[in-house]
Design a protein around this ligand. Structure first.
Ligand SMILES: [Zn+2]
Length: 185
């Protein structure tokens, strides 16, 4: 991954550099990092976050998420929380593995929807955090993973708010927690 970043930096296309480079370097690199963190955290909950316990993907009583990937599943479908996370992780992995999406050859441009897809990745990773905090926090505490979860989420929120990656309305299910992380200067 670091080689890839250096490769990106070494590209000397000024307009690319000026408009997208920072975003892409940070965005692509961090997307992989944050994806791995969420994957790891969620993997400790799989025996508790089941289709029986969590028949819908929710973030508290007010928010329910349906799955669509814009490809095979265009119309959002109602799925259980574990199915949603399954779909999500597979979808993110396919995006990260897609050579046309993260081109690694000189002269191959990034696709026009690059930013949009990166934003969607972060928006949906946030939903996993929102579900975990609302539905499984007590289990996280009993597993003594509370500090780890809070640290991962804090990094996630500080990064995404710095780059404005997630729309504010999407953050509503965890707004109080986020407000406690981001103290106005
Ligand atoms: Zn669950």
């Amino acid at each position: 991954m670091f080689q890839y970043i250096f490769f990106l930096i070494s590209r000397s296309l000024p307009d690319f550099f000026e408009t997208c480079c920072l975003y892409i370097i940070v965005g692509s690199f961090s997307a992989v990092d944050f994806f791995n963190q969420v994957n790891l955290l969620y993997s400790t909950l799989t025996e508790f976050c089941t289709a029986e316990n969590c028949p819908t993907m929710t973030a508290g009583p007010k928010y329910e998420y349906r799955w669509a990937d814009g490809g095979q599943i265009k119309k959002p479908i109602k799925v259980s929380a574990p199915k949603y996370v399954d779909y999500l992780m597979d979808w993110i992995e396919s995006q990260l593995d897609d050579q046309s999406f993260f081109p690694q050859k000189l002269g191959v441009p990034f696709p026009p929807n690059f930013k949009e897809v990166v934003k969607t990745i972060f928006k949906k990773l946030f939903r996993v955090y929102a579900h975990v905090y609302h539905s499984h926090f007590q289990k996280i505490v009993s597993l003594k993973e509370e500090a780890h979860l809070n640290t991962c989420f804090k990094h996630f929120i500080l990064f995404t708010s710095e780059f404005g990656v997630i729309d504010k309305k999407e953050l509503a299910p965890l707004q109080d927690l986020i407000d406690s992380i981001i103290v106005p200067s």
